[in-house]
Ligand binder design. Structure first.
Ligand code: BDR
Ligand code: CA
Length: 299
């Protein structure tokens, strides 16, 4: 079993990614850390707690609260994509409470307790991770890998023509994570824009009657209903989880990656393809990856 912490800002596609991870027999979720991004931190945390309760009520999955703002400035939120509540569907309220430890302490404590054995799957702005790594080479050494949904290396961005949303929201933290020396896998738009659920595949994109399948179908239905002009729901965050489970579904090039922090190109991920601590995903087995997403959420 692969031990992982999932750092996330749910978020419709984050929610699908969490469903996959919770249903995957090969992943042991050490905990979920939340960050603002798609919606406010209060909302993304509530969404994470409710989602876990809804599909994994008997399980102890710690949720730790992270950053409500990026390293500088403030988050811009993606309400136009994810709805003002971040999910677009109602989930029953929950008595589940976040951990006493915040996300930074949680990431540090867990990874230091099992050096080299825990990976982080990062599905939102990288604020929590950069803060956990700041001035802590011991933590950098302890994290086995960071699989990031973020970046656009060989194609235009989705929030500006240069930048992908997660990186744009906190380019300072993204830069710090890429420079930390921790092995980073960048699953960006270069591959996530190749994997999607098409509007015509609904309303039963996921099969069966499990809570997970039903919730996945509700999220997709709501998202397509709210965005009449959109034909494809990109599997951004789900593809990062798929890459953590089956890395061979993607092909990579090793690089040093720098993130532009200011000016018109803010958030641009610039890769120099030479030996470095980052591997940039540039190719994907589309059928295989979509099948992994479908199968896990249908469980
Ligand atoms: C990323 O931005 C967010 O809106 C999604 O949840 C995903 O993590 C895609 O650019
Ligand atoms: Ca996300």
């Amino acid at each position: 079993m692969r031990r992982v912490i999932i750092d996330t800002d749910p978020g419709t596609d984050d929610a699908l990614a969490l469903l996959m991870a919770l249903n995957c027999p090969d992943l042991l979720i050490e905990g979920i850390t939340t960050v603002g991004g798609n919606a406010t931190l209060a909302q993304t945390t509530q969404n994470a707690l409710r989602l876990v309760d809804h599909v994994a009520s008997g399980r102890d999955v710690p949720v730790a609260v992270g950053a409500d703002q990026p390293a500088r400035g403030s988050f811009s939120y993606a309400y136009h994509v994810h709805g003002t509540d971040g999910l677009g569907v109602d989930l029953p309220s929950t008595a589940r409470k976040p951990q006493r430890a915040d996300a930074i302490e949680f990431i540090r404590d867990r990874t230091l307790a099992a050096p080299g054995r825990i990976a982080v799957i990062a599905l939102g702005p990288l604020t929590n991770l950069a803060a956990a790594l700041d001035g802590r080479p011991d933590v950098a050494k302890a994290i086995s890998e960071i699989v990031v949904m973020g970046g656009a290396v060989e194609m235009p961005g989705n929030i500006t023509s240069h930048a992908e949303f997660n990186i744009y929201e906190d380019p300072w933290s993204a830069n710090a994570v890429c420079a930390s020396g921790v092995p980073v896998t960048l699953v960006g738009l270069d591959v996530t824009h190749k994997t999607s659920m098409h509007r015509d595949g609904g309303p039963r994109w996921f099969e069966g009657t499990s809570r997970s399948a039903q919730l996945g179908n509700r999220i997709l239905s709501s998202s397509f209903r709210e965005r009449a002009d959109v034909q494809d729901f990109y599997l951004h965050d789900p593809l990062a989880v798929a890459a953590a489970i089956e890395p061979e579904l993607l092909t990579y090039r090793r690089a040093q990656v720098e993130v532009v922090t200011d000016g018109e190109e803010r958030g641009r991920t610039v890769a120099s393809f030479r030996d470095g601590s980052v591997q940039v995903a540039l190719g994907v087995d589309v059928g295989g990856a979509v099948e992994v997403v479908r199968t896990l959420i249908s469980k």
